[in-house]
Design a protein around this ligand. Structure first.
Ligand code: B12
Ligand code: SF4
Length: 587
């Protein structure tokens, strides 16, 4: 938090809070160190710092900006209220990047501020998605109106001035709706967080979105309905400037958060600029997110490597084409999966894939079969499982809502780790059980050894892979949260329990918390020792660089037609047949 200088004129206190959400026991998910910094906070900070520099409240009226990411910092309401009181309540609490699962927590954070008469505004995917797809009341938006929390739908670039001025005049509008007017990003303030905030996450990396929007139409996706399907992008000049600003504070590792960087129309200019900056000596390291056809874009994979990409997240989602068609994810061609993954492997880049469980054709047995096929036949390093969830803002949610189909009323569990609606073939219990089982099916000690062998053979950095495997193999089992919500050393406080759940006494809470912490860390230490030992043995083994298995085999001329990937499902056979027809030379 910035220090308030004593001054006779009140200074506007802009408090940016990114809420976390509650775990299954009702406690806020918070860590000593988070895994990944919040890009929503970085985006808002960049825009707010620009407002402060331009003195949008008038010449000489200072704006102090405080940043709190609740996943790694406790929201000390009392201290924040005292700070606001010192400035005669001149300020705004901005609840930033609030997702549906964070909405109940965001309201709980807002309550004491509203009771004290402090202006509060909320933005992010929940309110934007609801206003884009629903009637302006659903889901739960009435709670904001009742509490006097202002709803901001759309993007803050070019609009935060107005919100700050309205808050300063204590005249926030109940709703700001810019959903039909998404801003261009060229020359917009770029995401930025001062180092003192970035240090609350591991690995000193920051983030930026080089663009927004995706051309595809996946029915479970909220992004296209909030950020649109047209590619809006930052210029290479803006990206260079943000890299330099970060490097000035010693940060050169970035997560580019575009949901599909391969469809950012400026990808090549941006990568070329990053390549030039690396040549200058800035040790840029990048993680990007792409689609399964990215390898078909000439030069994309190679330039990604040259620009410093070390990890790539791919929206694989499923290996059963029937499920992909059902989700309108027709662009995912399973016949291309191996080519795409091998293209990244050829560059020594770690591949991570999102995999959704609970599509209509899924059953516990089909999921077990598909995971085994992936292990055997796809050269993929890391997989993350999610439950198919009707996220507010998605077409799936809109359809169920319109049809009056029952969905769980507790938004706190819309975190893609919980089951929120019925499935045609699995009971809720079966679905929940196979979600948990999937993690242990994939991350077996034997398969992790195979992944390490493949890494040694393909030049993937083994140390980095070990770190990721530790997190993905243990977080669900030990912490009961998804690795994307994970961190180091879980922190809890009795006062941070969901108000709907009984507050525990100190004597019950602290001894149990201490014992849980010791138990979990002993188990974590054992997992680390096992994996590191396996990595050392495998790296030193004679002939390790020549390791080969089914997954690493080059795609055959026959398109691998005997693989289980294609023979085990009707859709798989049909996909292969279609791919063969497409590959046939024209008569
Ligand atoms: C990067 C990312 C992450 C990162 C970092 C989190 C972050 N928010 O930066 C990581 C990997 C940690 C992550 C984790 C998760 N994520 Co995520 N993530 C994203 C992603 C790809 C980009 C976020 C981003 O930077 N967007 C760009 C910023 C600038 O947009 P924005 O946040 O909407 O903010 C703009 C406006 O909304 C507005 N605004 C926002 N707040 C405010 C406040 C005020 C007062 C005002 C005026 C304006 C304003 O102005 C901003 C600038 O224009 C989004 C998808 C997307 N395209 O946004 C998913 C997304 C936000 N994530 C999602 C989910 C579900 C999760 C997880 C729950 C998954 C899981 N189980 O682990 C966790 C939750 C962890 C957490 N604590 O946040 C969902 C949320 C859907 C929903 N309706 O709730 C999304 C939309 C993806 C999806 N599947 O649909 N995520
Ligand atoms: S490819 Fe990804 S971002 Fe694009 S529509 Fe599908 S899920 Fe959404």
């Amino acid at each position: 938090m910035s220090v308030i200088a004593s001054s006779p004129a009140p200074r506007f206190q802009l408090i940016l809070i990114k809420p976390s959400h509650y775990d299954d026991d009702g406690y806020v998910i918070r860590w000593w160190r988070g895994m990944i910094p919040s890009n929503s906070l970085a985006a808002l900070y960049g825009i707010a710092a620009d407002c402060a520099a331009r003195e949008v409240l008038g010449a000489g009226v200072a704006i102090d900006i405080a940043v709190i990411d609740e996943t790694n910092t406790r929201v000390d309401t009392r201290a924040l209220l005292a700070r606001l009181r010192e400035q005669n309540g001149f300020g705004l609490v901005a609840l930033v990047g609030v997702q549906s699962n964070q909405y109940p927590r965001a309201l709980d954070i807002a309550r004491p501020f509203r009771e004290a008469g402090v202006p509060v505004a909320m933005g992010g995917f929940h309110v934007s998605g609801c206003l884009a797809m629903l009637d302006g009341e659903a889901v739960g938006l009435a709670a904001c109106r009742e509490m006097g929390v202002s709803i901001f739908a759309g993007e803050a670039e070019g609009r935060l001035d107005q919100v700050i001025r309205d808050a300063a005049a204590n005249q926030l509008a109940p709703v700001y709706n810019f959903m039909k007017d998404l801003p261009g990003l060229d020359s917009a303030p770029t995401p930025f967080l001062p180092k003192r905030y970035v240090e609350h996450t591991l690995g000193l990396s920051s983030s930026f979105d080089a663009g927004r929007g995706c051309p595809y139409q996946c029915s479970f996706c909220t992004i296209i309905n909030v950020q649109g399907r047209k590619s809006r992008f930052r210029s290479a000049d803006d990206v260079e400037q943000l890299v330099r600003t970060n490097w000035a504070q010693g940060i050169s590792k970035f997560f580019i958060t575009d949901d599909n960087f391969a469809r950012n129309r400026e990808w090549e200019a941006i990568l070329d600029r990053l390549i030039a900056l690396r040549a200058e000596g800035i040790p840029i390291g990048l993680m990007i997110q792409v689609d399964t056809l990215c390898h078909k874009i000439p030069r994309f994979v190679e330039k990604s490597k040259q620009a410093g990409v070390t990890r790539v997240f791919i929206g694989l989602e499923n290996v059963n084409p029937d499920n992909l068609v059902n989700a309108k994810k027709r662009q995912n061609k399973i016949t291309e999966y191996r080519r795409m993954l091998l293209a990244w492997k050829a560059q020594g880049i770690i591949t991570l894939a999102g995999y959704i469980l609970g599509f209509p054709a899924d059953t516990p047995d089909s999921i077990r079969r598909d995971i085994a096929i992936i292990q055997r036949e796809l050269p993929l390093d890391v997989i993350e499982f999610f439950c198919l969830t009707p996220l507010p803002g998605s077409e799936d949610h809109q359809t169920l809502w319109r049809d009056g189909v029952e969905m769980d009323p507790d938004l706190n569990i819309y975190d893609v780790e919980h089951v929120c609606t019925a499935h045609p073939k699995m009971s809720k219990g079966e679905w929940e059980a196979i979600y948990r089982e999937a993690w242990s099916l994939y991350y077996t000690p034997a398969h992790m050894r195979t992944l390490l062998r493949r890494a040694v053979a393909t030049g993937v950095p083994v140390g980095s892979l070990v770190k990721i495997l530790v997190s993905f193999a243990t977080t669900v089992r030990l912490e009961n949260v998804h690795p994307l919500q994970g961190g180091v050393l879980r922190l809890k406080h009795p006062s941070e329990r969901r108000p709907e759940m009984a507050r525990e006494g100190a004597l019950a809470f602290w001894p149990r918390f201490a014992w849980e912490t010791v138990r979990k860390h002993a188990s974590l230490a054992a997992a680390i020792v096992r994996l590191v030992a396996a990595a050392v043995v495998i790296t030193r083994a004679k002939g390790s660089t020549g390791y080969m298995d089914q997954a690493l085999m080059p795609v055959g001329e026959d398109g691998d037609e005997t693989l289980d990937l294609f023979t085990q499902t009707i859709g798989g056979r049909a996909s292969l047949a279609r791919a063969k027809v497409a590959a046939r030379p024209a008569a």
